[in-house]
Design a protein around this ligand. Structure first.
Ligand SMILES: C[S@@+](CC[C@H](N)C(=O)[O-])C[C@H]1O[C@@H](n2cnc3c(N)ncnc32)[C@H](O)[C@@H]1O
Length: 211
């Protein structure tokens, strides 16, 4: 443990500091702890071989900082999205492995996206019927989402499957990327610009560069 005075003496605002480094910027999550605060607290209170517990870990910023400090950690959260993000953010995967997965996945996704008669995609679409997805997305976008979702779910390696679920979540949660313009007109009264569906794949690819 460092001397508290040495650490506490500094500024705790971290104004202007990059809070999105490494995997911290992988996916937005509400009320995240500023990573620099977590880092400083770990410096102040954690000792070698300690295990850090964040019982409300959110998207796992503290767990990432624990890992960077060479400490094991445990995170708990009631929100499944938080659990996904915390796990993916704090378990680095060699980018070359992700690149090779993406090279394999992308052509299959593009091919299935262009084929409207794919039976598995149709089955996937039926599952969406009872949801509000049609409120948010155009029909064509829903079909693309179904294709991507199906390909992600068929990845057997847990780490890789969970990793690709993160940009998928980002794409779905950023409704501006492929919206039903009418839904956006209604959404809190804001009217977003209509953007074509291209970003759907571009987002997934861009997010590969996360190191
Ligand atoms: C402010 S966020 C966590 C921020 C996180 N500790 C960080 O460092 O960025 C609070 C989290 O508590 C989770 N939460 C709320 N009630 C909970 C409960 N009863 N059990 C587990 N997690 C809970 C929420 O899902 C949310 O992700």
């Amino acid at each position: 443990m460092l001397e508290s005075e040495e650490v506490l003496g500094g500024d705790w605002d971290f104004v202007g500091e990059d809070t999105q480094y490494l995997t911290h910027g992988l996916h937005p999550y509400p009320a995240r702890m500023v990573p620099q605060i977590a880092r400083r607290l770990l410096k102040m209170y954690a000792r070698k071989n300690d295990v850090v517990l964040d019982p409300f870990c959110g998207s796992g910023g503290v767990l990432v900082e624990a890992r960077l400090a060479g400490l094991n950690s445990v995170g708990i959260d009631i929100n499944p999205l938080a659990c996904l993000l915390a796990e993916v953010k704090s378990n680095p995967i060699d980018p070359s492995i992700l690149e090779s997965w993406w090279k394999e996945l992308q052509p299959k996704i593009v091919q299935d996206t262009n084929s409207s008669k794919n039976k598995e995609v149709v089955a996937e679409l039926i599952k969406f019927h009872k949801t509000s997805i049609r409120y948010w997305f155009k029909e064509e976008t829903i079909r693309k989402l179904a294709v991507i979702r199906r390909h992600i779910r068929t990845i057997e390696e847990r780490d890789i499957r969970r990793f690709f679920a993160v940009p998928f979540s980002l794409t779905v949660s950023d409704k501006r990327a492929c919206c039903n313009p009418q839904a956006h007109k209604n959404d809190r009264g804001k009217r977003h610009k209509k953007v074509l569906c291209g970003p759907l794949l571009a987002n997934s690819k861009g997010r590969l560069r996360y190191t």
